[in-house]
Design a protein around this ligand. Structure first.
Ligand SMILES: [Zn+2]
Length: 180
């Protein structure tokens, strides 16, 4: 089984809107960064890359690349999912924790799960979103940190064919070898 661990941290930038987990939080200070600063999507993408042995997010999406300036978190996550698909891998289940004083995640947890599930191509019940507050301590007391853990399993068969037709999920296993 493959397991990936991703962690992302951005400083606050009150002049920007806050994007987290593919959601926009009105009235909250945003996060600085070359992208939209969506630490949740970045941590998840980093975990997926790790699970696939593909390095880290910064290698594939350097903050010097003008083509990804301001890129929305879900779009970046989608690209990483596509990179995994090329290698016959797909996300199966993920668990993530947001470590931040603000915003309060609880009220929008299900919304965030839905957005992330859609982006990852998994059912919402396979996306766990948790949050904890640092109560003023350290980096995340006035900034934001995000830790995500994702597990990824290989697809049952070969990667999608050139025609783009993937094997249907739940395809029967190959017959056992003949006895004798
Ligand atoms: Zn980031």
């Amino acid at each position: 089984m493959r397991v990936g661990l991703g962690l992302d941290l951005h400083p606050r930038d009150p002049s920007r809107p806050l994007h987290l987990g593919g959601l926009r939080f009105e009235g909250e200070a945003g996060l600085a960064g070359h992208s939209d600063g969506d630490a949740v999507c970045h941590a998840l993408a980093d975990a997926l890359l790790g699970a696939a042995g593909l390095g880290d997010l910064g290698q594939h999406f350097p903050d010097t690349d003008p083509a990804i300036a301001g890129i929305p978190g879900p779009m970046l996550l989608e690209r990483v999912v596509a990179m995994l698909a090329e290698r016959g891998l797909r996300p199966e289940r993920c668990d993530l924790t947001v470590l931040a004083e603000r915003p309060r995640i609880a009220g929008r947890r299900d919304e965030m799960r839905a957005v992330l599930a859609r982006t990852l191509g998994v059912p919402p019940e396979d996306v766990s979103v948790k949050a904890t507050r640092p109560e003023g301590l350290g980096l995340t007391g006035d900034g934001v940190g995000c830790l995500a853990v994702a597990t990824v399993v290989p697809t049952p068969k070969a990667p999608p064919t050139a025609a783009g037709a993937a094997d249907p999920p739940g395809a029967p296993p190959p017959p056992p070898p003949a006895a004798g």
